[in-house]
Design a protein around this ligand. Structure first.
Ligand code: 5GP
Ligand code: MN
Length: 326
């Protein structure tokens, strides 16, 4: 499939040599997979590709090729021929300063992308930005090396919540089929991503889940973590990656909201939902964003009041307000 946007990006890449690739703060499997698939493809074309992020990858992802070489920096000093920004609704989401001194190529699948950059390609129907990278690598005529293929699969596996979310299409599986034929080992990828826990992480899951609350309708799970709880369990905030999906494994639970204390009264809010429940719209109301089934924002306030507001908004999104017991 080619589109005018994709053609423009292919031309922009062919005409340039030195690239910097960046993605959002606290990168996830899609940001890391998309960046590294792209970096390996660019290098296969004889180009230079530096990957620079504000935050390190979650530790299970360190086992994938090239992840340990990602540069973690708050700014880039050099001007590159082009900066390829993936997974970011706006340039500030990178947390990396100085990228705007290069020619900016914006590749994203998040609703609400602001359309920054000199060229941009936005496809909200892609289950992962990795799907778009697959199309781009194809359009550039770069063979699918095991590294490129593995990173595309990593992006799709993680951004679909292991094939749970509603943004999966036949194209998703076409791409998975092709990357598997190119040498991806799906068992190894899944084991690296999901079975690389340390004990602190498991204990932290235990303590957060023990303190989980359920709203009066029985449809919304509320989880909470502060620095004191993390310290007591012997885990870190990074260890909470994936925790938010566990309450959704309960049949009756339709949405989850996870409050993580940043410092003082400031909280990172992550939300997940099932099916048509649009918690992306809820995140947007609070200055955040994301997708229908996975979204987040940062808020400040008293935790009890914040929890009450979010529970009400989520109940409204679910449409369960009317069945709330008196
Ligand atoms: P998570 O809960 O894993 O932090 O984020 C879930 C999804 O929501 C991701 O696709 C992420 O990009 C998006 N998201 C999370 N926090 C924010 C935010 O503060 N702003 C925007 N625009 N998107 C966010
Ligand atoms: Mn994504």
């Amino acid at each position: 499939m080619t589109t005018p946007e994709l053609d423009q990006i292919v031309h922009a890449i062919r005409a340039r040599r030195r690239f910097v690739l960046s993605s959002h703060t606290r990168p996830d499997g899609d940001s890391i997979g998309s960046q590294l698939a792209m970096a390996y493809a660019l290098r296969a074309m004889g180009k230079e590709a530096d990957v620079v992020n504000a935050d390190p990858a979650p530790s299970p992802l360190m086992q994938f090729p090239g992840v340990a070489e990602i540069r973690i920096a708050p700014a880039v000093e050099d001007a590159y021929d082009a900066a390829i920004i993936m997974e970011c609704g706006d340039l500030a989401r990178t947390g990396v300063a100085g990228l705007d001194r290069s020619f900016v190529i914006n590749i994203d699948h998040h609703p609400g992308n602001t359309g920054y950059g000199q060229v941009r390609w936005f496809d909200p129907t892609a289950s992962a930005c990795g799907e778009m990278v697959f199309e781009l690598v194809r359009a550039l005529g770069v063979p699918l090396s095991p590294e490129v293929a593995t990173h595309i699969y990593l992006a799709i596996l993680t951004d679909t919540g292991s094939f749970h979310y509603s943004n999966i299409t036949p194209r998703t599986f076409d791409i998975c089929k092709t990357v598997l034929e190119a040498g991806v080992d799906p068992v190894l990828v899944a084991r690296n991503v999901y079975d690389s826990n340390n004990m602190g992480r498991l204990k932290l899951f235990g303590s957060v889940l023990s303190a989980m609350q359920i709203d009066p309708t029985g449809r919304v799970a509320i989880v909470y973590l502060d620095h004191e709880m993390a310290r007591a369990a012997g885990g870190t905030y990074e260890d909470t990656e994936g925790l938010i999906n566990l309450p959704l494994t309960v049949k009756e639970i339709l949405a989850v909201v996870f409050f993580k204390q940043v410092e003082g009264d400031e909280y990172r809010v992550s939300m997940r939902s099932k099916g048509d429940i649009d918690i992306g719209a809820v995140a947007k109301e609070f200055g955040g964003g994301g997708h229908k089934n996975a979204a987040g924002c940062t808020v400040t306030g008293a935790i009890d009041a914040l929890q009450k507001i979010f529970i009400e908004k989520i109940e409204t999104a679910i449409g369960v307000n009317d069945v709330r017991p008196a």
